[in-house]
Write a protein that binds this ligand. Sequence first.
Ligand code: PHE
Length: 509
Amino acid sequence: MAEIKKIIEGLHPLERKVLPVLSSTSRFEDIVSKTGLKHVEVMRALQWLENKGIIKIKKELKEMAVLDRNGEAYAKSGLPEKKVLRALSKENLALDDLAKKSGIKPEEVGISLGVLKKKAAISMDGKLVKLADPGRKLLEKESFEEKLLAKLSKAGAEVSLLKDEEKFAYENLKKRKQIIKTSPLKLVSVELTEAGKKAAKEKIDAKSADSLTSSMLKTGAWKGKKFRRYDVRINVPAINGGKRHFVSQAIEYIRKIWIEMGFKEMNGNIVQTAFWDLDALFVPQDHPARQMQDTFYIKEPSKGKLPSPLWKKVKQVHENGGNTGSKGYGGKWSEEEAKKNMLRTHTTVLSAQTINKLKKEDLPAKFFSVGRIFRNEALDWKHLFELTQVEGIVIDPNANMRNLKGYLKEFFGKMGYPNVRIRPGHFPYTEPSAEVDVWHPEKKEWVELGGSGIFRPELVKPLLGIEVPVLAWGLGMERTISEYFKIKDIRELYKNDLNQIRNMKAWMR
Ligand code: PHE
């Protein structure tokens, strides 16, 4: 009973109008006329009531009989056979005069005579038509057909509900031209459930305060008012609010981690010269990574400018070590090779450019970036040709490998990987160099997520002018965040499937 009270308190004004009439009314049209509501309003109220388990809506397809063109005319002025009978009651008629004298169309003569003969209402004497006794009786009363026409002319009728004699007349008239047609009708009717029967008996106020307004709050008029109870469990259509792409959410979080640790963000172009992406980082000009199959070079414009006088220092370091204490790679360093435009292959290019802008007084300093990089790789579940790297540098005379591991541990800990390991690796620009692995709690194995090390003097001295330890790392963002989103194939991160984007859980670490 308490349940029913709650249901009633939660009724919408439309439901309040509809529910009381349901104990005596079940057909949709009748509910509409009894409540005086619009069709859509009744429909909506019924659906809500059904959701609440108060009613059951039944939809049936019914065959409706209605008058067709001729039927409408006959309903007004009578059936042609009746007109014939009337004319014959005055005089016998020659077949040829029949139409004119009885006021029917020539094409109605055949059917009229057929109908009348069947009822033995007329007799034929050669070409002369005479009224017979049964015909005289027919003249006095209304036939089943006429009764049906009258009935259908009002509102049509449901075929299955016709009485026997109506059915008989219906079958007869249906055989004739354009008198009756049938059309399908969707019938909606309503049945109260057990709970509904109880609810319909309760007293239902037509009105309940539907919304709390600010003036109600100000004047205190809300006191003593009855408010509509909301059902928070009811089925409602899902609303998909706007939100950031889940990868963008993760990137925002990553940026926050570094900013909280005092790092400044580095930004730069996606198109770079090989000079900045590779030469300034002491990557030898014959390094395999510089080949077309690994790097996207730009066709137009194919070359960029070299920064002067820096490029000369870099050339020296490559050819003979310059003033860095290194022997360099020997051979000839080509300016043309360094001028080539390309899509950056790592965000380490931003680190080189940032260091180049620094002055001694700026130290120590820390920078990070989260940026797109491009590698000419075959696409598969593990590889994209467009990736995001999380880059970082710490330029600090006191920095060492323990600090490097500390930063990485801090970062990965916040990304959900508390165990970090570094092991010896090789990059042309770092010494020592270290691969970065994290312990994957689910796969129960170490997963390689990036590279790191301390930048070589061959790189730092030309760019900064002095030799200072620079901790550096470049980490794969996609592989770091896929696990959280339960994504196995990293292409799924960027498929931009609306359903996936809508249903993906939010980044909350
Ligand atoms: N640039 C390296 C890569 O793309 C990562 C790296 C960055 C390694 C900085 C050492 C130092 O894999």
